[in-house]
Design a protein around this ligand. Structure first.
Ligand code: SPV
Ligand code: MG
Length: 556
């Protein structure tokens, strides 16, 4: 975006151009937010706020440029930089123009003060201006140094400030216009606006006038515009209001000595987050950084005894079955670790002593024969807080499956394999095979070529007894809960336990014998949104001897 062009467009637009002085990036952003047309990178404000120094050319051109750049980076409106006297003679002005233009600053103002200058309002200092010829040279040099045609050079005369009179002020203004200035700034320290109004009345050049109503502060921008001014700069009101509000808050804090005492003076933390773009940062992180599960607690259930796998699991639970030199549990941990999930708990039950993998946290379900998956997960209830990954102990899965789940921002996300849908329609899944199936709000498309959507699908029903014709996919035994959902999960489970009449719970004969899916159906029924993260293959369950053989054959 060419900000100089933007500024030129503003100069040609009807009505006054309202510009306000900033002293850093945040003040510039606030000026834009308030609806002003442009930013004045104020020499007075920058030297006060950035160095706590007088406005007297103590800061170098590069120091000032750096601050103006900071402002320009965070706003879309044009920045006009106050470049004092151009930091020297015509040669210095040339470099100043070139550098500011290159940095994308829309325009600069240079004044006819000598170098070093003093702020126009400091009392008790002798005011000296450079000769008209010297100033004409600065303007011509500046215009010759710009690369494009849009950069705006404002020439400012301090003739009225220095007491050189209206005639000299007009003579200088006209000469500046003839030397190539794009606008003229007439400055005044008179309490009444009469001087600048008189100047504007006599103005007979074809370039716009700029005014800074600091001392003559009772005239409005509209009145100044009517008098002939195009650009009105409120140069230092913002830095002065900052000093006042900082002082007031600090005085009260020092006196009362507790943070909450000054809340009335403060914006919320959220307002600061919004201002600096924390939401945008999160979005970029989600889009571009590799997903990380370092804030996730994983709970793996490995408690059950499954008779049909005997004698394979005679001396160990299913998760400790070896597949080419690594157990299922070790393979799961490998993938979890690869996604930065290091906080892993395992719920043991059957042949508990056979699970002795280091660096894991262990919980026991001694009642594993009389209970089921949901009870087992709750044996690790101290871990059900923050972001939690619930994982069945008998699945092998590709890293991308877990990565996709970690990317989900839903409160409750379940990994759903859509390959089941196709396999079922092709008659490839024998009747009677127990599968935890899901029905979703937006079913997958029944077409040969199908791109799983980036959108998560809301789950309506989940369980083994779902009518297969209405099921859309299979829950693979991997679910992730947000901190809020983890809390809800615990609360609901405690409530159910307390109110448990002992009868069936969804598909289970009792709450104690419930699967995770029964609890999820309960949350769905209670109106809690549960989303399916869809995948297409990329995982495997070890449920039967045949599964185990297949896992051997396919694993690396
Ligand atoms: C500045 O903001 O630095 C100015 C305007 O030059 S004034 O301080 O009003 O002179
Ligand atoms: Mg200044």
């Amino acid at each position: 975006m060419n900000k100089s062009k933007l500024l030129r467009d503003l100069l040609h637009r009807p009505g006054p151009v309202l510009v306000t002085g900033a002293h850093d990036a945040m003040s510039a952003k606030l000026i834009e937010e308030a609806g002003f047309d442009g930013i004045w990178a104020s020499g007075f404000g920058i030297s006060a706020a950035q160095r706590c120094l007088p406005d007297a050319n103590y800061m170098t051109m590069t120091e000032n440029l750096e601050i103006a750049k900071n402002m320009n980076e965070v706003v879309h409106i044009p920045v006009i930089a106050d470049c004092d006297n151009g930091y020297g003679n015509a040669l210095n002005v040339m470099r100043t123009v070139a550098q500011y233009e290159k940095a994308g600053i829309a325009g600069i103002s240079i004044e006819d003060n000598i170098f070093p200058k003093k702020c126009s309002f400091y009392p008790g200092f002798k005011r000296e201006l450079v000769s008209l010829e010297e100033m004409e040279g600065r303007i011509r040099a500046g215009k010759s140094a710009q690369g494009g045609s849009d950069f705006v050079l404002i020439a400012r005369t301090e003739a009225l400030i220095a007491g050189w009179g209206m005639e000299e002020a007009l003579k200088r203004g006209r000469a500046f216009a003839r030397a190539g200035a794009d606008a003229v700034l007439i400055h005044s320290k008179s309490r009444a606006p009469d001087e600048v109004i008189q100047f504007a009345k006599s103005w007979d050049q074809n370039i716009p006038l700029v005014v800074v109503p600091t001392i003559f502060d009772s005239i409005s921008a509209d009145e100044l515009h009517e008098a002939g001014f195009k650009v009105i700069i409120f140069a230092n009101q913002l830095i002065r209001s900052c000093i006042r509000s900082m002082r007031e808050m600090l005085g009260e804090l020092r006196q009362k000595k507790y943070a909450g005492a000054v809340n009335d003076h403060l914006v919320t933390l959220e307002e600061v987050y919004k201002l600096v773009g924390v939401d945008e940062m999160k979005q970029a992180e989600d889009t571009f950084l590799p997903v990380s599960g370092n804030d996730v607690k994983a709970i793996i259930v490995n408690a059950g005894f499954e008779k049909h796998l005997m004698p394979l699991i005679e001396d160990r639970p299913k998760g400790m079955l070896d597949i080419k030199g690594k157990t299922i549990l070790e393979r799961q941990i490998e993938v979890l670790n690869a996604c930065d999930i290091k906080d892993i708990s395992v719920v043991r039950g059957y042949r508990s002593e056979a699970i002795r993998v280091p660096n894991l946290r262990y919980y026991e379900n001694p009642d594993y024969e009389e209970s089921y998956i949901l009870s087992s997960f709750f044996c690790a209830s101290p871990q059900i807080q923050d972001r939690v990954l619930f994982l069945y102990g008998d699945i092998l899965f590709d890293r991308v499956v877990l990565e996709k789940l970690l990317q989900s921002s839903a409160d409750i996300s379940l990994v759903v394999d859509l390959a089941w849908y196709d396999a079922h329609r092709q008659g490839a899944i024998p009747e009677g095979l127990e599968r935890e199936l899901v029905m979703m709000e937006e079913p997958p498309q029944a077409t040969y070529r199908y791109l799983p959507s980036e959108e998560n699908h809301r789950i309506l029903k989940i369980g083994q007894n779902l009518d297969r014709r209405s099921a859309h996919g299979e829950f693979i035994g991997m679910a992730m809960f947000s901190p809020t959902a983890s809390q809800v999960f615990i609360q609901e489970y405690e409530r159910l336990k307390k109110e448990d009449p002992g009868g069936p719970f969804h598909e289970a004969p009792s709450l104690k014998k419930a699967s995770l899916t029964d609890m999820i159906q309960e949350l769905v029924d209670r109106g809690f949104p549960v989303k399916g993260v869809d995948i297409y293959k990329g995982w495997m369950e070890v449920d039967t001897f045949e599964d185990y053989q297949r896992a051997w054959a396919q694993s690396k």
